[in-house]
Design a protein around this ligand. Sequence first.
Ligand code: URA
Length: 433
Amino acid sequence: MRITDIIIKKREGENLTKEEINYFVNGYTQGKITDYQASALLMAICIKGMNEEETENLTFAIRDSGEIVDLSPIDGIKIDKHSTGGVGDKTTLIVAPLVAALGIKVAKMSGRGLGHTGGTVDKLESIPGFKTALTKEEFFAAVNSAGLAVSGQSGNLAPADKKLYALRDVTGTVDNHSLIVSSIMGKKLSSGADGIGLDVKVGSGSFNKNKAAAEKLSQAMVKIGKAAGKKTAALLTDMDAPLGKAIGNSLEVKEAIEVLNGGGDGALVAVCLELAALMLHLGGKGSVDACRDKAAKTLKEGSALQALINMVDAQGGDSSYITNPEKFAAAKYIHPILSDRDGYMTHCNAKEYGKAALILGAGRETKADEIDHSAGIVLEKRRGDKVNKGDVIAYLHTNREKAVEEAEKIILSSTHIEKEPPSAVPLIHGIVM
Ligand code: URA
């Protein structure tokens, strides 16, 4: 087999065989196929597309490119969760302890934030002492004792995706249905859980700009998950506006603690309850409706907060920050952004808010950048809220005084305040079982 023939075949719009796809994925992972050849094939895939069978074969080739974790040392049913990424998306910090409190084990490998989206590992690392680089034995022990654990992605899982994703990022080839499906599911299928609950975001802060694209992606991922023998389902949730009030690492941890204490933003709580219900259902705890009720009750009772405390203790973190969240260091500058008019907030563009948070220090532009855990944005007004002239729309939190002006400009230009209230946008756009 020759890679050049495979590139030409795809360029001409023909379907690739399983053997050709395996040849490409293995050859590229092992360094036998060059970046320029892989780039050419990725671009041909973007232009000509892949059918269902090719997409499934590409997913399994990515899964099989490295280790497939055996979670059998962990007792009980293990359900994983994956979000396609968003702004202010702290659902893992709430949903994982919530389902763990209801008897489902969560052994989760999470990523770091890049660009305008945040990552769970960075958020958890804002808790002093919290260790996300765990050996396999430490990871299993933490899940067995606390019911849940979150670790950074092991280098051995789906190494093909690591290489391919980095290449896609710089060759304009991220945005393709088959490449996204195979990247997400290749990784998830290697992490060993019995089931996978997918949170597929829709809207300006997500790569799915509309519901149809998110539905197509969800259906493909659920089908592949099932073909691989995993219970898989997807929830389509809104990411047109940031989720909840906080954007930025320790700010989001504090907001998650508020929810686990029975309070918090209504939209955030609603999305978390749906996700928890889906994961509990996949874990055999009853119908989605019954699971939603159980999750809501548990959230009020405080056992989910205790599960988060147990996880923080098991991973070496200082859990007094969970019981006393005022201990988190505040940023030096907390700057209010005021509305210059009366009206209703009709739009706050999630992606632009994410960019502003990044400029304030909450994110990283390149993988080597350092995160400032205290930086970010706290929204005081949300889409649909009535706003009076002089009201605070949001507070910017930063240690970079010079970043305030630019971040404020971004927030003001991506926030629309108009005379009429906006029509309601659903938080949950659908479910694919
Ligand atoms: N997230 C991934 O892991 N892969 C993609 O291709 C897109 C989003």
